[in-house]
Design a protein around this ligand. Sequence first.
Ligand code: PMP
Length: 434
Amino acid sequence: MKNISQFRSYFPEIETLYNNKPLVYLDTAASALKPKTIIEAANDFSLKKYSNISRGISHLSANATELYEESRQKVLKFVTGQTGENKLLITSGATASLNMAASYYYNKLSFQDEILLSLAEHHSNILPWIELSKKTGAKIKWIDVNDNGEIELPFVAEKITSKTRVVSLTHISNITGSITPVKDIARLVHKVGADFVLDAAQSVGHIGVDFLDIDCDMAAFSAHKVYGPTGLGFLYCKNEIIENFPNFFVGGGTVDDIVLPPAIFSDSDLSINSKNKDKSDCRSYDFKLIYKSDLARLEAGTPPISQLITFGLVIDLLNNIGLKNIEIHEKYLTESLLDLQKIDGIEILGPKKINNRIGVVSFVSQNIHPHDLGQFLDDLGIVCRVGHNCAIPIHKRFAVSSSTRFSLGLYNNKNDVEQAINGVKEAQKFFLLG
Ligand code: PMP
């Protein structure tokens, strides 16, 4: 097994001081720190080899296109174990991907249909489906979680019916760190002929993920939570989904031809006939749009080119470290982080034991408001996240309005965890005595 601690120095932000104290970064679930060597290597592309892709015949454009597509394949292999065409759409982030996933159903659902979500979902995996429900009349049904916030197979079985058309669930909760039994759920969902959409924003980069093995129909995740750049995300889709996707986000790069109505041109020349306005006015059915037959149909406009090329290098780094090693390391630290529950007045929201969970640990204090606690910890150089963290339903399920969250990345070490636990203890003393 590789010694993960050697990779800590790849992340220079961890060396910065705040209030003369070394940074303890425990906010990876919000966004991960970036590895310096990768950013530098990627800068080389931006400064010396940059060009738009796919739209030029220049050597620069050809080279950029090759690097871009190579990176797409690296990412695809990272999440499916395979390469291939027409499976991984590039978006601006998990939120964009989930909106896109919901848009697939705009012309496919009606008021008789049902969409299943769980109480453990992030708002980015709730709101797009609620908007879809408003547009189509389809009903949203909520899958409950147990008292540890876990989605259990029987809870899904209880809600699924022949009317279910799509089930969209988080792979790992951004509040409880609980891992959903997605393979069993996918089987159940497919039994009634529905689709299974996976929000993999918190799983990719932390545990081994294989969308083919899970057998989900679509899966969404962001690069910035996996040590990569912001403004880049992915929507993995099965081939039949790609083929049936409506043309909802269109523009440059998506068509092979636009057949214009003959009336748009004058008889004598090929310019728009301004004198004969009526003839040049058109309805949508007068046009014939010849869309591309591959993924390009769904990726309008200039994509995040340097971001994807950078992310390809991040994937190389993660492969070099080994995801299994990352998983073992984070599990080891999570076990220590769960000692938070030994502090008087602290309650963990989520599984109390290490099984079926990762290092996203949210908790509440009986005595301190999360905002006060977050401020206190920040003064100690401990970066965490407080509030509802874009997951109001699960907070309501736990009968609290907000929480404090520590979340781990591959750069964290035992000392970070000890600092965090001591910080909470100090806060308890300060606020109780103060
Ligand atoms: N789903 C989950 C479970 C998340 O944790 C997040 C980010 N907190 C998102 C979706 C949305 O990701 P992004 O903000 O990168 O679009």
